[in-house]
Design a protein around this ligand. Structure first.
Ligand code: NAI
Ligand code: 15L
Length: 266
């Protein structure tokens, strides 16, 4: 199934640049948006600079789009005010736009930081308790609830992707477990865009790594089958010095995000 017009937010970011290329075959026109500058529009693309905190601008942004891949927003721990604008107001504006303009499917980039305070080694599924590990994780938790509400009341389908660590390669021991290759990221988003009935679904975004903390069996209807693995990077990663076993970053699934940072209000 090809999406007639797909909105991709966060298009200037790392994953946005990846999906700008890899989702080309999945839509006829891609509308790309970010508050930062993006590469100019090419064939079958529209480029719209827009701050997600601006409700009116987001309403215009969503108009005419058939599906949304929502990556835009703060992607690491920041002050509550920054998280509030980019992620909490931002995700609300996206769903309000979707409701007003009849857009019925959203792929929402949630994060493993919505469940970051679970211990490493614990096996989680879509029904596991959310345990956010900071303002950023809290905003993803809010986005998951908000999308559930828009599904229950308005029938807007959403896949909440609790992405692990999507980078060219895993950078540490934790990422040997949480790594999601760019190829598997694309497969995951594509499956969510094309499955006939998505409903409201929580999925974890990890490749077929040797060790796992996340079980996607409650989302098997989506048909996501990761094909890559962090194994080829193991020797390189394990050559790095390990964290102390009592370091919270080595204890919790959210890694270093669980540690109080410089962003708490004084
Ligand atoms: P990124 O930080 O590279 O990209 C995010 C983009 O959102 C940036 O280009 C930024 O300019 C834009 N943005 C921020 N605030 C905005 C606002 N108020 N209005 C409009 N645009 C705004 O992050 P990345 O790595 O590409 O991640 C994409 C999404 O996936 C994010 O939502 C992130 O939280 C989520 N994610 C990423 C993971 C990863 O490993 N890369 C892991 C888990 C979740
Ligand atoms: C995230 O949510 C971040 O966006 C990304 O930068 C990584 O830190 C990732 O989680 C992770 O947990 O490795």
């Amino acid at each position: 199934m090809t999406v007639p017009k797909l909105l991709l937010t966060g298009a200037a970011g790392a994953l946005g640049k990846v999906l700008r290329e890899s989702l080309k075959p999945d839509c006829r026109v891609m509308r790309l948006s970010d508050k930062a500058a993006m590469a100019p529009a090419r064939e079958n693309e529209e480029v719209v600079e827009c701050d997600l905190a601006d409700k009116k601008a987001v309403d215009e942004l969503v108009r005419g789009c058939d599906a949304i891949v929502h990556l835009g927003g703060v992607s690491v721990e920041k002050s509550f005010e920054e998280v509030l604008d980019g992620n909490i107001r931002g995700v609300f504006h996206i769903y309000e736009g979707a409701r007003r303009h009849g857009c019925k499917r959203v792929v929402f980039a949630s994060s493993n930081h919505a469940i970051g305070f679970h211990k490493q080694g614990e096996m989680l599924d879509a029904n596991s308790l959310r345990r956010p590990d900071g303002y950023y994780g809290l905003s993803k938790s809010y986005g998951e609830d908000l999308s559930r509400f828009y599904f229950d009341r308005y029938g807007i389908e959403t896949a909440c992707l609790r992405i692990g660590s999507s980078f060219p390669e895993p950078k540490d021991r934790r990422m040997l477990i949480t790594w999601l290759s760019y190829g598997d990221l694309t497969r995951l988003v594509r499956a969510c865009l094309t499955v006939p009935k998505l409903g409201h679904t929580i999925l974890y975004g990890a490749s077929a790594n040797r060790d796992k903390w996340w079980d996607n069996s409650l989302a098997s209807h989506v048909g996501f089958e990761p094909q890559d693995s962090s194994e080829p990077f193991r020797a390189k990663v394990e050559a790095l010095p390990p964290l102390a076993p009592d370091d919270p970053a080595a204890i919790y699934q959210g890694g270093a995000f669980v540690k109080a940072g410089p962003f708490e209000s004084s």
